[in-house]
Design a protein around this ligand. Sequence first.
Ligand code: ADP
Ligand code: 5GP
Length: 191
Amino acid sequence: MTPKGKLIIISAPSGCGKSTIIGDIMDRGTLDLQFSVSATNRKPRPGEVDGVSYHFLTDQQFHDLIAEGAFVEYEQVYPGRYYGTLRSEIQNRVDAGHNVILDIDVKGGINVKKQFGDDAMSIFIAPPSIPELRNRLKARGSESDEEIAQRVDRAEYEMTFQPEYDHVVVNDMLQEAIGNVENLMSSFIKG
Ligand code: ADP
Ligand code: 5GP
């Protein structure tokens, strides 16, 4: 029988570099990793592709899936903005022996870790500081000033959950952070 794959949970306040780090590790292709594409009712940002970045759903579609029990977990991460991990994104892949990466918020991450125990490893990616996080969000240019302020507020709240994660990696020098995350993943997968 094929050994089951494992789950790798990555959480970080928005703008901490999670997408950059995950994208780089997946592009290197040295680990057997597949990305769990979350569902959300938020609108796509420029460059985001439906079914690749997220499954972009209407409010109605999202609530129908909740009612059907299609989510392993879901959260209202920002007012009116829902994000959730679909059971269909992880079950078959893990059964087929692939490892699955979940890029999800702190509550979702802690929830999935509780459900999957030793079959999951959780990593929190932290910013070097709050002012630096604000700079990165501004430089990314994908949110309004009001949304940036909302995300920075939420970042301060999310950072209080760091002790509940298996590992914390500070994303100061990008290449160093990528190396640290890749090493943690590699040890866990081989473990
Ligand atoms: P997230 O997916 O966590 O919201 P992103 O990967 O989109 O964050 O990163 C936010 C912005 O910060 C992007 O413009 C990215 O290029 C930049 N960035 C990521 N890591 C670093 C770093 N170590 N130093 C400086 N800028 C970074
Ligand atoms: P963004 O809008 O910047 O893509 O994501 C906002 C937040 O939603 C991030 O913290 C991201 O990790 C989180 N998120 C994305 N997908 C999921 C998911 O499936 N479940 C949960 N709980 N959070 C998610």
